[in-house]
Ligand binder design. Structure first.
Ligand code: ZN
Length: 138
């Protein structure tokens, strides 16, 4: 088995900024002209996530609204008592949503659904630059 390691950076505004990174991933994968592989997409950081969503205006409002209910910004978090960085909610949201996704490559095509995009969601309370690792196992 071979592992091809790629990466790219994303500039975010923070505050549950949802960024479609599907084309970045596709470009990195398709330049290798592979047939079958496993494509693993991972973001480094404890206040940021990688997940899948249909990237359309309704869901881009629904996801933050639901997360606001489950993990509100204005709650007292032990993390904030300890570190005073005000982003306890960011860490919890990132833990729940997760920091990676995996997509099969079959017959040279990433097996994403028609309305399924790969997104980076930055939950931190400020703008950040994130590194996304794409590892291709073939
Ligand atoms: Zn923190």
């Amino acid at each position: 088995m071979t592992i091809i390691c790629e990466k790219f950076t994303v500039h975010t505004k923070g505050n549950t900024d949802i960024i479609d990174v599907t084309n970045e991933v596709k470009n990195l994968v398709y330049r290798h002209s592979l047939k079958d592989a496993v494509v693993y997409v991972y973001v480094a950081g404890s206040t940021v996530s990688i997940t899948n969503i249909e990237y359309e205006p309704g869901l881009l409002k629904d996801l933050p609204e639901i997360l606001d209910k489950i993990v509100p910004v204005n709650k007292e978090y032990h993390h904030d008592e300890m570190w005073h960085d005000g982003n306890g909610y960011s860490h919890i949201r990132a833990s729940i949503v997760g920091n990676s996704t995996m997509v099969p490559l079959l017959e040279g095509a990433l097996q994403l659904g028609q309305w399924q995009q790969i997104v980076l969601v930055d939950f931190d309370n400020k703008a950040r630059t994130r590194t996304v690792h794409v590892q291709i196992l073939c």
